[in-house]
Design a protein around this ligand. Structure first.
Ligand code: ATP
Length: 316
């Protein structure tokens, strides 16, 4: 009987503790000030050598995820293979748990996981700088998804500075029964700025700055101060597009969360809670209120994707 070698990788989601959105640049991207935290809500990606590149998607979050070459994990495999002059013969299976169009960078997590996993599968031994360069080509959030931990991201979010974290933070993530498209939320923010006669280009708006208050609270492990400092510029935009998100935010804080914040461009809402026990109470109340589709308990920071080798017997 033959032996089949696979690599499995856990790819964590992120929550933005701060998301400051500046004006639109000439290249179409926005200037961002983003404080990222990698959290323990993960997809699991399994990579196995095959004749050709194939993608399958399963798990509770699989709906709406493409199972073809447009999947960003497949694009990551192709990019790495092209850079190294290899044939991208890999079967990629994504066990999807990170909410799709949830503002938690689920696609970016899968791309980062695929880069790390293929590096191990093909025994390339590429260093983090080389993988980081490929990550930046794949998307603005992929470098952080590769790095994990906590970091400040400037530019379009891809220029990263590692941030110290003084204590583990506990979270509940409430998924909506719908997604919000990132480009649509940015477009709505621009429409609101223009219709209010406010500047909307990067030339007209000063670049957003990192929140010192938030960075200090994170470093000190002061969860109360962290809760006060959470801020997402896109939250009023997303809640104007989907007013039902306001009810979700209210339900979580009424249930005892220290603070609620829209994840990225939505539609998932994150709740910072004091501990794991409170997380369970908040998750149960959110679910029974009917203001969310599912509630996930998680903590952060967690490291970026790490490969794990699996040997099975049987057919490839
Ligand atoms: P972000 O937080 O980076 O703005 P998001 O979490 O809101 O992103 P994703 O779930 O990453 O959004 O995906 C957005 C779209 O990308 C999906 O609607 C889907 O069509 C496409 N997509 C491609 N590959 C993937 C993948 N591996 N996982 C999820 N979505 C994918």
């Amino acid at each position: 009987m033959s032996h089949v070698r696979s690599i499995a990788v856990r790819a964590p989601a992120k929550v933005n503790l701060q998301l400051g959105v500046g004006g639109r640049r000439d290249d179409g991207y926005h200037e961002l000030a983003s404080i990222f935290l990698a959290v323990s809500l993960c997809d699991r990606i399994t990579l196995t050598a095959a004749d050709e590149l194939r993608v399958t998607v399963g798990g509770p979050g699989a709906v709406g995820v493409p199972a073809d070459g447009s999947n960003i994990a497949a694009r990551a495999v192709e990019l790495l293979a092209k850079k190294c002059g290899l044939h991208p013969g890999v079967r990629v299976h994504i066990d999807k748990h990170i909410p799709v169009q949830g503002g938690m960078a689920g696609g970016s997590a899968d791309a980062a996981g695929a880069l790390v996993g293929c590096d191990a599968l093909w025994k390339l031994g590429l260093g983090r700088p080389e993988l980081m360069a490929l990550a930046a080509e794949l998307g603005s959030d992929v470098p952080f998804s590769l790095q994990g931990g906590a970091a400040f991201g400037s530019g379009r979010g891809e220029r990263l500075t590692v941030l110290p974290v003084g204590a583990t933070t506990h979270w509940v993530f409430a998924t909506a029964g719908f997604g919000l498209s990132t480009p649509a939320v940015f477009a709505e923010q621009e429409r609101r700025r223009r219709s209010a006669g406010r500047p909307w280009t990067a030339r007209g708006i000063p670049s957003p700055r990192m929140s010192r208050k938030l960075v200090d609270a994170l470093a000190a492990g002061d969860t109360g101060a962290l809760a006060d400092a959470l801020h997402n510029d896109l939250e009023p935009v997303a809640t104007s597009m989907r007013p039902d998100l306001t009810a979700t935010l209210r339900t979580g804080t009424d249930a005892g969360a220290l603070a609620g914040i829209l994840c990225g461009s939505g539609a998932t809402v994150g709740f910072l809670v004091s501990d794991g026990h409170r997380a369970r109470t908040v998750a149960e109340e959110l679910l029974s209120s009917g203001t969310c589709a599912s509630a996930h308990i998680a903590c952060g920071p967690v490291p970026g994707p790490e490969p794990e080798e699996i040997i099975t017997t049987g057919e490839n």
